[in-house]
Design a protein around this ligand. Structure first.
Ligand code: DC
Length: 210
């Protein structure tokens, strides 16, 4: 079974993806890490984030050691990932890696922006996870504070709005709910409530597609 979770920044899709993967014993790929690691490689080499040729090289050159999650989760890297993610050739360079992950015999859980629309249009279960920008900014601010980053709520909200706009307006694989995705609004839900709702969606989808 392939479970595709898409949604904007800090909607809760990452947490839900991890929980669903653990529940069903499936491997999980957080595809945002691919874009974050590409951005970090460019920055480390002193290259511009919008240099298409260098960005594609960075995406193609990603190695397992580039996925040290902690250093990729910061505020700056999310914004930088959104910039490289707007380059169609970078998306193309990262496509096969994601499809091959999804093609494991047991299935997989992937979360990102274009999983249900581009990477795995055949996924049995597609969930579009969303929440109000203010709720997402609150969650992201808490998460950054826990990481020890200095946080200014207004700046985090501004980041979220900017990222929503860039991710939704780009020409290639914009953030979009697939036509057959179920939308899960987590604004009024805590983590356990959101997990319960997601499990119910998966159960319903899995039953209807047998
Ligand atoms: O999910 P995240 O916040 O880690 O993603 C960071 C950025 O990476 C996001 O703002 C846009 C880009 N991204 C993307 O374009 N496509 C994906 N499948 C995942 C992330």
């Amino acid at each position: 079974m392939i479970i595709a979770l898409d949604g904007p920044a800090a909607s809760g899709k990452g947490t839900l993806a991890r929980r669903l993967a653990a529940h069903y014993g499936l491997p999980h790929l957080d595809t945002g890490l691919l874009y974050r690691a590409t951005a970090r490689a460019l920055m480390a080499a002193g290259e511009r984030l919008d240099d298409e040729r260098r960005a594609v090289e960075a995406a193609r050159g990603l190695a397992l050691m580039d996925f040290d999650e902690d250093s990729l989760r910061g505020r700056e890297m999310g914004e930088a990932a959104s910039v490289v993610g707007a380059i169609p050739a970078v998306r193309e360079a990262l496509l096969e890696m994601q499809r091959s992950f999804a093609s494991r015999p047991e299935g997989a859980v992937l979360d990102g922006r274009d999983i249900g629309t581009v990477i795995c249009p055949q996924a049995q279960v597609k969930i579009f996870v969303t929440a109000s920008p203010e709720t997402r900014a609150n969650r992201r601010a808490l998460e950054l504070a826990r990481r020890g980053e200095k946080v200014d709520y207004a700046a985090v909200l501004e980041d979220i709005r900017k990222r929503d706009e860039r991710d939704s307006q780009r020409s290639s694989a914009p953030l979009l709910a697939a036509a057959d995705a179920v939308t899960l609004d987590t604004t009024a839900l805590d983590i356990e409530g959101a997990v319960k709702a997601a499990l119910a969606i998966v159960a319903e989808r899995a039953a209807s597609k047998v």
